[in-house]
Design a protein around this ligand. Sequence first.
Ligand SMILES: O=P(O)(O)OC[C@H]1O[C@H](OP(=O)(O)OP(=O)(O)O)[C@H](O)[C@@H]1O
Ligand SMILES: Nc1ncnc2[nH]cnc12
Length: 309
Amino acid sequence: MSGTPVSFDDHPPHGHPSNTGPSTQKSDKPSTASHAPDTKPDPTTTAPHTKLHAPDGKTGGPIEDAAQGKQSTTSAASASKLASLKAKVKNGLRQFQDFPEKGILFEDIMPLFASHALHTALIDAMELQIADAFQTQPGEKSEIDVIVGLESRGFLFGPALALRLGAGFVPVRKQGKLPGSCETVTYKKEYGEDSFQMQSDAFEKGQKVVIIDDIIATGGTAAAAGSLVRKIGGTLLGFVFLMELDFLKGRDKLDAPVFTLLSGQEESSAEDSGETLADKMPMGMTRESKEEAGRPVINAGGSAAEQKP
Ligand SMILES: O=P(O)(O)OC[C@H]1O[C@H](OP(=O)(O)OP(=O)(O)O)[C@H](O)[C@@H]1O
Ligand SMILES: Nc1ncnc2[nH]cnc12
């Protein structure tokens, strides 16, 4: 298997002309399979905010505060910090064409862990994202009991996040790796098929669970993890991803709120030319390489919220 790296300089998400800014995004309800947003939500600002209204009528968090024109200095500061962390994280990603198979633009997150600064930025960003999504307080124990991380890349940041949140960490593993009684689900993903398992006693019934992973593509992997959590009796609060490949619409397969830090690989205006997905270039060609090759391309777009002019 091979892949051609796309250099940072060529990284398509930055300033890609077909990206849309956050002001074009609107969503005020959870974006789940059963409650799809009226318009495409801004995944970088996370569409669903399920707990905006505190029962005592007090302000329910940064988004609600902002909506009421009462954004506190603290929430404004954390929103701005989150935006700058996302930009940093996005700059740490790189892409490989045709890996692990032809037609796939592979998003490589490993550089985020090779650098202490990027690793810290990633965990800080995920913590702030979760704080915004689930109304937790950074640095304080949250109501989240368990972070469930998906093999393999979900293991890279799940435990660190669980420590920050005062939660436990439970792995979902590929079949045959966990001892004892397990629940099993088979699923399809962007490339290939797999089976996932979770230990039947991984957590207690009713415990509040957030599933985390690096990427949601077709959503098959995350949906399988969701059904495992439910089989074991967990209360699934939602899913958190580092990156969403929007055009694959994976979130439509999920039946709990979905939050993502970055989005990528949006389709280009090739739709306008009447081409089908199969007619297009393999996912992952940048607009620059498309121009070089004179062929159509799928835009590897980045975070809309962080689009540069
Ligand atoms: O939304 P989907 O189409 O299901 O794809 C997303 C999944 O694919 C990747 O994992 P992979 O199975 O490649 O395993 P790895 O993390 O062990 O590399 C990624 O880490 C997600 O878990
Ligand atoms: N395009 C992609 N890049 C990295 N991981 C993935 N998992 C599924 N699709 C992926």
